[in-house]
Design a binder for this molecule. Structure first.
Ligand code: UDX
Length: 449
């Protein structure tokens, strides 16, 4: 099919690339002309595993193109995916001005009927407003628009793999024809007939994606309800960790056993510094805001947020307990990204840790496999090291802030010889307390003795 993608950010580019790889003809557009120029020159503006190879193969096959002319992109596709940003306002409410702007463009530029699909994360009822806006902005009553919601559940770092192997594909529609069109768009993925970039061509046998057809309101709600529930699960595990510390239990033992109950599931129960990134903090806020706007008090989500914010304070309790005076101490910060396998530092707990350490007068030597370039612009006073052992040299303490595998595999015997004091405060529970103590380290983590 011929598809248009508006917005070449993280969601749009991955969506466009994967749909082209699945066999569709895709035209992408963005208001950022530099980004379009880079894409046209064969560059990839974001890092995402496998994205460069599928963009290159789609380009070679002539199935993907980029234009900064939104009108051309809008006219090219029978279906248009809206993938623009919906950042939080001061109040936590989602800012939908980019969606409104795109609605105006579509209404003005379309010359034939379009299926307009919202993929950006939006509060419930946005689809209905979008439908109204398209009709109101359109000057040509012969051009008909249908609206659908198709939320994405992609995780940063594994977005391409997630796109091709979803648990579910949710489409919220007003009429069966839109559902049929979306099923056709996703047919290669539902039938697993695509060439899988993650599995060298052919996926191992496994369960197929559920294709769920819902109302537009439900689809929008599914996205916020899913992300907020995962955030809630993390905060729950973090409170259990606090409880374990007081009672003398081990949070890993508790959450592991909890997770074996199929009704609970083992994922997103890792205690530590809490969640960050551009999705969870913003989606939880937007969901609280949406609920309040219709008179529903989503108290457990407010608690989720509060618990998450307190994680930094809990971490500092441990830092103060271990270091006593922070001022003048040399600390190695291991990890800046909001999670492993990404260079994204937006709302990263590590940055909050760095900010507070600087306020308290610590001397910071930081390392991260991917996120140092971005962090340098925000914190020029921090010293950065490609080599984690250089960050650890002469350190009074090592603070683990991101769950990178390379940190899991650090040689602590070697590190211990370089450090001024053998002290590790682990915000991600990467090591065993017993193992670290056997190597002669003073070791603090979350929810374990
Ligand atoms: C998330 C959702 O998983 C994805 O479906 C949605 O489309 C976008 O938001 P992402 O932001 O990429 O994806 O990150 P994710 O892997 O979900 O992790 C979120 C945060 O939670 C990270 O900061 C991570 O370190 C933290 N986390 C995760 C925990 O603290 N404990 C856990 O058990 C799991």
């Amino acid at each position: 099919m011929r598809l248009s993608v508006i917005g070449c950010g993280y969601v749009g580019l991955v969506t466009g690339a994967c749909l082209a790889e699945a066999g569709h003809e895709v035209v992408c557009t963005d208001i950022d002309e530099e980004r379009i120029a880079k894409l046209n020159a064969g560059g990839v503006p974001i890092y995402e595993s496998h994205l460069d190879e599928i963009l290159a193969s789609a380009r070679k096959a002539g199935r993907i193109s980029y234009t900064s002319n939104a009108g051309d992109a809008i006219r090219a596709g029978d279906a248009i995916f809206i993938c623009v940003g919906t950042p939080p306002k001061e109040s936590g409410e989602a800012d939908l001005s980019a969606i409104d702007h795109v609605a105006r463009q579509i209404a003005a530029e379309a010359r034939s009927p379009k299926l307009v699909i919202e993929k950006s994360t939006v509060p419930a009822r946005t689809g209905l407003e979008l439908s109204r806006a398209l009709t109101a902005y359109s000057k040509n009553s012969n051009v008909k628009f249908r609206v659908a919601s198709n939320p994405e559940f992609l995780r940063e770092g594994t977005a391409v793999g997630d796109f091709f192997h979803p648990d579910r594909i949710v489409v919220g529609v007003e009429d069966p024809s839109a559902a049929a069109e979306l099923r056709e768009i996703y047919r290669p993925i539902i039938e697993r007939s695509f060439r899988c970039p993650v599995h060298n061509g052919t996926c191992p046998p496994g369960h197929k994606a559920e294709f769920l057809v819902t109302t537009i309101n439900s689809a929008e709600l599914i996205k916020h309800a899913s992300n907020s529930f995962l955030a809630l699960k993390i905060s729950y595990a973090n409170v259990i960790a606090d409880l374990c510390e007081k009672i003398g239990a081990n949070v890993e033992e508790v959450t592991h056993a909890m997770g074996l109950d199929a009704r609970i599931g083992g994922q997103f129960l890792k205690a530590g510094l809490g969640y960050g990134g551009f999705c969870f903090p913003k989606d939880v806020q937007a969901f609280i805001h949406l609920s309040a706007s219709v008179g529903v008090d989503f108290d457990i989500l407010k608690a989720t947020e509060r618990v998450n914010k307190q994680r930094i304070e809990r971490f500092f309790d441990k830092i103060r307990q271990a270091l006593w005076v922070v001022k003048g101490k040399r600390v190695a910060v291991l990890g800046l990204a909001f999670k492993a396998n990404t260079d994204d530092i937006r709302f990263a707990p590590a940055l909050e840790v760095v900010k507070r350490l600087l306020e308290e007068g610590a001397v910071i030597h930081a390392t991260d496999p991917e996120a140092m370039t971005r962090t340098k612009a925000l914190f020029p006073k921090v010293q950065y090291h490609e080599d984690p052992y250089e960050a650890l040299r002469d350190a009074d303490a090592a603070l683990v802030c991101t769950e990178w595998d390379s940190f899991r595999k650090l040689d602590w015997d070697r590190a211990g010889k370089l450090m001024a004091r053998k002290l590790v405060i682990d915000g991600r529970n990467l090591y065993t307390p017993q193992g670290m103590r056997e190597m002669g380290f003073e070791y603090y983590s979350f929810g374990r003795e």
